[in-house]
Write a protein that binds this ligand. Structure first.
Ligand code: PGA
Length: 252
């Protein structure tokens, strides 16, 4: 079984004054070789300094999106290679906030994941249903459709992380129940088996959506949950570290 991945998503939060939080988190983790993996996906402006701060510790850094092209006339965008050069090991792709606010389709997300892999980054590819889709009983079919589209053309599952983030649980304080999480994660695992055979078992499937120190234990223990993608609670060192320690106590 892969190590659990405890990943923070700082979204559009964080100035240089917040590097102290990163320093504090990096200094409090287990040795790089033991315990869960820890990751902070910080704003691109902080990536290089955050990576330098985390160097030599168990903390890794990541970006929050990347463009699918290597370079070119894409004002305001960043290539995966740029993120890698700034020290990123991971990049989030297809977060619902990007899908919704920036119109990123499954095809765009698939191209971003391919670009990330080409640049040596591990993509954390996000999936999730709206409250309306859940109410209509469409959750599993929506996730399957996103998987088909966002993993199109991907032949190697070795360096891939998925994150199930129900849209109605993101930033709302309304966390999905263990039963809801298990149902979706089990179906994602089935999809990965159909698609990649045995290699599909190695793909970590994170849960995201109002994950916090109070609910981490009951979520991270679910069998097909390979870690967490944490927004709000990752902004405070104490909360992020509490979730990290909970993960460490569950699986060593
Ligand atoms: P949240 O965000 O933990 O604040 O709900 C999770 C995410 O959007 O990745």
């Amino acid at each position: 079984m892969n190590r659990l991945l405890i990943a923070g998503n700082w979204k559009m939060n964080g100035l240089r004054a917040d590097l102290g939080t990163i320093r504090q988190i990096a200094a409090s983790l287990s040795s790089p070789a033991a315990g869960p993996e820890a990751l902070l996906c910080v704003p691109a402006t902080l990536l290089a300094e955050a990576s330098a701060t985390a160097a030599g510790t168990a903390l890794k850094t990541g970006g929050q999106t990347c463009h699918s092209a290597d370079r070119g006339a894409f004002t305001g965008d960043l290539s995966a290679e740029m993120l890698a050069e700034a020290g990123a090991a991971y990049v989030i792709v297809g977060h619902s906030e990007r899908r919704t606010a920036h119109g990123e389709t499954d095809a765009v997300v698939a191209a971003q994941a391919a670009a990330a892999l080409k640049a040596g980054l591990t993509p954390i590819l996000c999936l999730g249903e709206t409250l309306q889709q859940r109410a209509a009983g469409e959750t599993l079919s929506v996730i399957r459709r996103q998987l088909e589209g966002s993993l199109a053309g991907l032949t190697d599952a070795a360096r891939l992380v998925l994150a199930y983030e129900p849209l109605w649980a993101i930033g709302t304080g309304q966390v999905a129940t263990p039963g809801q999480i298990a149902e979706v994660h089990d179906d994602i695992r089935r999809f990965l088996g159909e698609r990649f055979g045995g290699a599909g078992n190695q793909v970590r499937i994170l849960y995201g959506g109002s994950l916090n120190p109070g609910n981490a234990a009951e979520i991270l223990v679910i069998s097909n949950v390979g870690g967490g993608l944490i927004g709000g609670a990752s902004l405070k060192a104490a909360d992020f570290l509490a979730i990290y320690r909970t993960a460490g106590a569950l699986r060593v």
